[in-house]
Write a protein that binds this ligand. Structure first.
Ligand SMILES: [Zn+2]
Length: 294
């Protein structure tokens, strides 16, 4: 049963996340968060994320309450060290117009898993719908069987390019299955969207790297992060930053190692790479960035 205490903690997290976003994210990268849900054409058969659950919305959201020392789910320190300006063109909405975007600005990046290609499944692409949480997938998934190389629980994950550690979750506490389900039902299904604070929990243990031009890469569902790395530390392309896991997923909450994969995001300003494009276009643009010889 989902206790009042846990509901209270979730409410605290939502408030803490909102405050952190408002106060602590530096200028120029002030909204790396969830974008409005978009519809991307093409087939998006569910794969990898198996939490598809019928929607049932009747009860009210928990009331948010002030913070408390009882909070047990640790949020990482948000000691953001780097001011960033993308210096890159964007559309009227603040989102990137990929037709005008100089893709060579991203050619310093490489795949965070050596030898891995772009998934063959549309559902593992950025922009794929995530009905179970009324949201949109913002990253590229690297799963065994779909990206050309084996991807196993505990495999190393490497920095896609040179940059600075912007966030690294040394202290991460997995949700239990009931907590996770309550988040999905009380927030995502009733609100018809995935609040950023909930999405952040669903991404599990994470590392975020800030790169030149304000480009951000985010590595999610990690099992471990590198002990020696702290916020503000420089990293080189290819430095090990963590290991593949399934934190934040349904399997992670259940404590098994099933469906381990790397979820990898590339952000340009307020847009994830390829946002708003078709699956075919997204696959092409990600291929150019990560895999073509530059
Ligand atoms: Zn993913």
């Amino acid at each position: 049963m989902f206790t009042k205490k846990k509901l209270f903690l979730i409410a605290v997290l939502v408030i803490a996340g909102s405050l952190a976003t408002f106060f602590l994210v530096p200028a120029g990268i002030s909204n790396w968060n969830e974008q409005p849900t978009k519809t991307v054409t093409g087939k998006h058969a569910a794969a990898g994320e198996k939490e598809e659950i019928p929607v049932s919305v009747e009860k009210p959201l928990p009331v948010a309450v002030p913070s408390s020392p009882e909070t047990t789910v640790e949020k990482e320190p948000v000691d953001r060290p780097v001011e960033a300006e993308t210096g890159l063109p964007s559309g009227n909405s603040g989102n990137v117009n990929w037709d005008d975007f100089p893709l060579d600005k991203l050619f310093f990046l490489q795949s965070p898993i050596p030898g891995a290609g772009i998934t063959s499944r549309d559902s593992q692409l950025p922009g794929a719908p995530r009905h179970y949480r009324n949201g949109t997938h913002q990253g590229l998934d690297f799963y065994s069987g779909y990206c050309g190389v084996p991807v196993k629980f505990g495999d190393p994950v490497f920095a896609a390019g040179p940059g600075v550690v912007y966030r690294i979750d040394h202290h991460f506490e997995e949700l239990d299955p009931e907590e996770r389900e309550e988040l999905l039902s009380s927030y995502c299904r009733e609100k018809g969207e995935t609040p950023e604070e909930v999405l952040d929990l669903l991404r599990g243990r994470q590392v975020w790297l800030l790169h030149p031009h304000g480009i951000m890469t985010r590595y999610a569902h990690l099992d471990q992060v590198s002990d020696e790395l702290q916020v503000g530390d420089p990293v080189k392309k290819g430095d090990k930053i963590g290991t593949v896991g399934n934190s934040g997923t349904n399997d992670g909450a259940r404590g098994n190692h099933a469906n381990a994969h790397l979820h990898f995001e590339i952000w340009v300003g307020e847009s994830f790479l390829g946002e708003g494009l078709t699956p075919g276009e997204i696959r092409e643009i990600w291929h150019q960035v990560l895999l073509q010889e530059h």
